[in-house]
Write a protein that binds this ligand. Structure first.
Ligand SMILES: [Zn+2]
Length: 274
């Protein structure tokens, strides 16, 4: 008796659906086609002091799963991480973003905000704020735990400037990506492999920007050789800020190309393993 004539419905004694109805689940058979909802770890700096950062991240329409203070409140070497959003929920940290074919990374990432003032003005220009060692030790320990729990690919540990390079510069050129990679967090190109791909060229010698853009797109960035030149330079600067921070003017040179080739070699290995 599943069907009920609409015209008769009013005359029937309609029994309300029972919200407490018991049902049973059998989970003894499991599918192999499944993966983690969290695929990415996104690193940010707050560009504010701790009090302002906490206010912004708790009271406004932006948030992150974790906030990492610059200093510990009780004199210890390592500060205490603040968890502002459960990892099972979406935090609003990435905004419009792209990495390796995925958009809107809030849906699929854990976000870590690091207290850091970002750029500040000096007499000789803008300077980036260094990260204290205790703060980085905490970022590494927390990130390793997140990577282990969700089986994240090394190349899916990214900066906000990697996934939203049009509008974001964090975590900036002083974020120690190389140190993190050595500790098992993210990717850093192997020096020998970079030397191999450089093939004796002067590291500063110019190369074709189109080739750089193609390689960046292959690695995961939202770029193409068809973009306007100014955007290509901006995207390249974001890449260099992460992987070649001593010069991130966005100029296409042989060293950058060799770094990209070394990274693509690692990425090919990730894909093979994934
Ligand atoms: Zn950010």
């Amino acid at each position: 008796m599943g069907l009920l004539c609409v015209s008769c419905a009013g005359r029937q004694a309609v029994k309300p659906p029972d919200a407490q109805a018991a049902y049973r689940i059998d989970s003894s058979r499991r599918a192999s086609g499944a993966d983690e909802r969290v695929q990415f770890l996104v690193i940010h700096y707050t560009a504010e002091d701790f009090a302002s950062s906490l206010t912004t991240l708790t009271a406004e329409q932006v948030s992150a799963h974790y906030l990492i203070p610059a200093q510990s409140a009780d004199g210890r070497e390592m500060p205490t991480a603040l968890q502002l959003v459960d990892e099972s929920r979406r935090a609003w940290h990435a905004g419009e973003s792209f990495w390796r074919g995925r958009t809107h990374l809030n849906d699929t990432s854990v976000g870590i905000e690091i207290e850091n003032q970002g750029y500040y003005r000096t007499l000789t220009g803008y300077r980036a704020t260094p990260y204290p060692s205790g703060q980085i030790a905490l970022v590494i320990a927390l990130s390793r735990d997140i990577i282990r729990r969700y089986h994240l690919q090394p190349g899916n540990v990214v900066g906000h400037s990697d996934i939203a390079w049009r509008r974001k510069q964090d975590p900036g050129p002083l974020f120690p990506w190389q140190q993190l990679a050595a500790a098992g967090v993210g990717v850093w190109p192997d020096k020998q492999r970079v030397g191999y791909y450089l093939g004796g060229r002067d590291p500063c010698s110019p190369v074709a920007m189109a080739g750089i853009m193609t390689r960046m797109a292959d690695y995961g960035y939202d770029v193409s050789p068809q973009m306007p030149a100014a955007l290509q330079q901006k995207a390249l600067a974001a890449f260099q800020m992460h992987f070649r921070p001593h010069d991130f003017r966005g100029l296409a040179d042989a060293e950058t190309e060799a770094i990209l080739d070394a990274l693509l070699e690692i990425h090919a290995g990730e894909r093979g393993a994934g």
